[in-house]
Design a protein around this ligand. Structure first.
Ligand code: PLP
Length: 436
């Protein structure tokens, strides 16, 4: 493309000037691969953006979207519906942990986060505890880019530019503890005690003012932070003790990433709500959802029956194309056993990933399921540059990875084969050496 053709598009979360000097364009994708506009094949090491869990252009999903576009392009979701919305909600509710069987649809992870936060506030109000307005997030949390999500989120770059955000939000500390846990394979031994921060906030604010706590079971966007053993259980206990709702943001961990449909199942801790998106449609159509405990939903079902119970929703909630894509996606996951496939591959993946230990500037490696993080010593005075150089190098060599700060994140499609894991790791090994 000519430089002037790139001018109008202000790209999201992108170094726009750098990109437009040397554009990276994909024009086709299939299975484990993308193809660039100049015809090069690139192995997808990050499932698009943690979303294409079944690999690209899967036939069931393609057909479902095509047929749906011709049959029913749109139906209003307020006071009206279409059958596939119910069908998909039912199928999703069978994947979520027992009890979380009410499904509210949105169009993204960010919208799902804000939906869950609003549900938590409204829930307490409906049951007569409207003074529970405080929301608790965690340092180094990423919960999308809307005002609710950045308020409970804990990434300085996403917060410092945008004013005061929601009031009455507080944060617990993140769990990353390289001094004690560096190069742990799987869940770290140390750090469950970080959950006690929530008790400190209860002591500071009083539980009667706190509506909900939101955490990612695995923090992805701040560098793949794996929960220490026992940490999530402790959070659950403290929430139960004080009547605080626990929300898991499973936008990246949902749909098989950790070896089960949800990380809640992998880590054996059931929250009150699960926020999801991405893998719900395999990235093929924008869609998110919040799975809610039936008891929370039922609390809203009071008052005159002709009145709306929860004043919230989007023009494109349960969009027919997204629902069709979701049904095609869940069918593909089921037929190919993809939601548990990470259990078979995680040992091989972990070994391959940890073989990078000892390379120049590699200061930590973290993993669970089919998620990997490789933390690098940054270039002096130039944070994030070494990792970005490695990203560019890998792309040139035909492998797509992702970086956040100076951490490289891997989250390949769940259909990946062992030799493709080797290709990703070998390419990375070369790039890390060249970046030394
Ligand atoms: C944990 C988490 N929550 C929320 C989001 C936001 O999702 P979206 O970009 O679909 O709004 C993301 C995106 O990566 C995420 O990783």
């Amino acid at each position: 493309m000519n430089p002037q053709d790139l001018d109008a598009y202000w790209m999201p979360f992108t170094a726009n000037r750098q990109f437009k000097k040397a554009p990276r364009l994909f024009t086709k994708a299939s299975g484990m691969h993308f193809w660039t506009d100049d015809g090069r094949q690139v192995l997808d090491g990050i499932a698009g953006l943690w979303c294409v869990n079944a690999g690209h252009a899967r036939p069931k999903i393609v057909q479902a979207i095509q047929q749906q576009a011709a049959e029913l392009d749109y139906a209003p979701p307020f006071q009206m519906a279409h059958p596939k919305a119910f069908e998909l909600a039912d199928k999703v509710s069978k994947l979520t942990p027992a009890g979380l069987d009410k499904i509210f649809f949105t169009n993204s992870g960010s919208e799902s986060v804000d939906t869950a936060l609003k549900m938590a506030l409204a829930y307490h109000r409906v049951r007569g505890e409207g003074q529970r307005t405080r929301l608790i997030g965690r340092e180094r949390g990423y919960h999308g880019v809307n005002f609710g999500g950045i308020s409970v989120g804990g990434m300085v770059g996403n917060r410092k530019m945008f004013g005061m955000m929601l009031s009455g939000v507080d944060h617990i500390r993140h769990t990353h503890d390289a001094a004690r846990n560096a190069f742990t394979i799987g869940q770290p031994e140390h750090g469950a005690e970080f959950a006690a921060d929530l008790e400190n906030l209860v002591a500071l604010h009083d539980a009667s003012t706190i509506a909900a706590v939101i955490v990612e079971p695995i923090a992805g966007s701040t560098g793949v932070l794996i929960p220490p053993k026992g940490y999530l259980n402790k959070l659950r206990e403290i929430c139960d003790k004080h009547g605080i709702l626990l929300i898991f943001d499973e936008v990246i961990t949902g749909f098989g990433r950790t070896g089960n449909a949800f990380a809640a199942q992998t880590f054996g801790v059931t929250p009150d709500m699960i926020v999801m998106a991405k893998g719900l449609t395999n990235g093929s159509a924008p869609m998110g959802a919040v799975a809610v405990k039936r008891s929370i939903h039922d609390t809203f079902m009071t008052g005159p029956e002709h009145l709306i119970e929860f004043f919230h929703g989007y023009t494109y909630s349960a969009h027919p194309l997204a629902c069709a894509a979701g049904l095609g996606t869940l069918a593909t996951y089921e037929e190919e056993g993809l939601l548990t496939r990470a259990q078979q591959l995680q040992g091989y993946f972990a070994e391959a990933l940890h073989s990078l230990k000892g390379l120049p500037n590699v200061i930590d490696i973290r993993n669970t399921g089919l998620v990997g993080g490789i933390e690098l010593q940054g270039l002096p005075g130039e944070p994030a540059k070494r990792a970005f150089n490695i990203f560019l190098d890998c792309y040139e060599k035909g492998v797509l990875i992702r970086t956040t700060g100076d951490t490289i994140a891997l989250s390949p499609p769940l259909i990946i084969e062992r030799q493709q894991i080797d290709q990703i790791i070998d390419t990375l090994r070369g790039a890390i050496q060249r970046a030394a």
